[in-house]
Design a binder for this molecule. Structure first.
Ligand SMILES: NC(=O)c1ccc[n+]([C@@H]2O[C@H](COP(=O)([O-])OP(=O)(O)OC[C@H]3O[C@@H](n4cnc5c(N)ncnc54)[C@H](OP(=O)(O)O)[C@@H]3O)[C@@H](O)[C@H]2O)c1
Length: 332
């Protein structure tokens, strides 16, 4: 009889600081508890959430991810793979199902096997997404849908500006905003203009040549995906009821959110998408699957790495200049 392999290769982080704490280890393979699913993982993302997990910054994030070191020592949130085993109380999924999703604050996706509860973020993978593409959905697309549709209430014909249009959030946001019928302006560096135009942006402003905040245009929504601008810099180019949305929290944004909530028609808004209930995130995934299919939404993948080179993948993401997404390929 063939002996069962009880270990797996995984990326391991043993403290906050930088990528020096990363190593590739042979760890115990998870075993399904009654309500759990074990996924043989084919693709996992490396995202800016991992930058936070590796650095332990901003410090308040440690209340969730672990005070002295990461509570979950394996990084990575997005995954795509095949179900290897299920616990006895799992009813919605079966062995052999192709699935994808995200582990959010439980991280642990940069590993050959993942354990996830069926009540968490897990969906059947549509055939038109490859594993590499499917693993990325939980980062840029889910976050951008949350900000543009659920927070910004984007409408057809609105003028929408996406700052950081070449990142994971930006490349998804440009396409999602177009799918809602908006007139989209993307802000990126000169070298990424062809990419952002190709994603469907109607206008592109290269940030290395011109500050978009000095534009003569005004916008219904400004989605500052990289948090490099601010509400006060954007206020003069927001329409009367315009909104400045950013997924990057800092003291200035907190202040602007507070005051714009109390007074005035223009608003500044932030949200942490990962704090939504899994059923609400699953719902966003379902809406996105329709957008991928109807609008032939593209996934931009900058680089892929084998798990053995995961440290280089995390170092690259930490620099803040990736184009779209980074994927670790496993079990291939
Ligand atoms: N709140 C939430 O729910 C949530 C969820 C997910 C992510 N996030 C946050 O969202 C942020 C964006 O993540 P990301 O993965 O999309 O991107 P990223 O890795 O932070 O940024 C990548 C892109 O930003 C561009 N960029 C760099 N400086 C810029 C500038 N000054 N102006 C315009 N573009 C610039 C880079 O292009 P060049 O190389 O050409 O400069 C690169 O293509 C991160 O801070 C992440 O933590 C928040």
């Amino acid at each position: 009889m063939k002996a069962q392999n009880t270990t797996m290769k995984a990326v391991h982080v043993n403290g906050y600081g930088s990528t020096e704490h990363i190593s590739i280890k042979q760890l115990k393979k998870p075993i399904a508890k009654d309500n759990e699913i074990i996924i043989k993982n084919f693709a996992a993302t490396v995202t800016r959430a991992d930058t936070m997990m590796l650095s332990g910054k901003p410090y308040f994030a440690r209340l969730i991810i672990g005070l002295r070191r990461p509570k979950h020592p394996i990084p990575g949130t997005g995954y795509s793979g095949v179900i290897e085993s299920v616990g006895k109380n799992v009813s919605l999924f079966n062995v052999g199902d192709l699935v994808f999703g995200e582990t959010i604050f439980n991280f642990s996706a940069n590993a050959e096997y993942i354990a996830i509860k069926e009540s968490e973020v897990i969906l059947h993978k549509p055939g038109f997404l490859t594993d590499d593409e499917a693993a990325t959905v939980g980062d840029g697309p889910v976050t951008s849908y949350n900000f543009l549709k659920l927070i910004g209430n984007i409408k057809p014909g609105q003028k929408v500006l996406i700052n950081g249009a070449s990142g994971a959030l930006g490349t998804a946001a440009v396409q999602i905003a177009k799918s809602f019928g908006a007139e989209v302006t993307g802000v990126c560096s000169s070298k990424n203009i062809p990419l952002v135009k190709n994603l469907g942006a109607d206008h592109v402003i290269p940030y290395d040549i011109k500050s978009f905040e000095k534009s003569d245009e005004d916008y219904d929504l400004i989605f500052d995906t990289v948090g490099k601008s601010s509400y006060s810099l954007c206020k003069s180019i927001l329409k009367t009821n315009g909104q400045y949305l950013s997924p990057v929290l800092n003291g200035r944004l907190l202040f602007d959110m507070f005051w714009t909530r109390l007074a005035g028609k223009k608003k500044a808004k932030f949200a942490a998408t990962g704090t939504k209930k899994p059923k609400d995130i699953n719902h966003i995934y379902q809406q996105l699957i329709k957008i991928y299919e109807q609008f032939e939404m593209k996934t931009i993948i900058d680089k892929t790495y084998p798990i053995e080179e995961a440290k280089s993948a995390h170092e690259y993401v930490n620099k803040g200049h990736k184009v779209g997404n980074i994927v670790i390929q496993l079990n291939r």
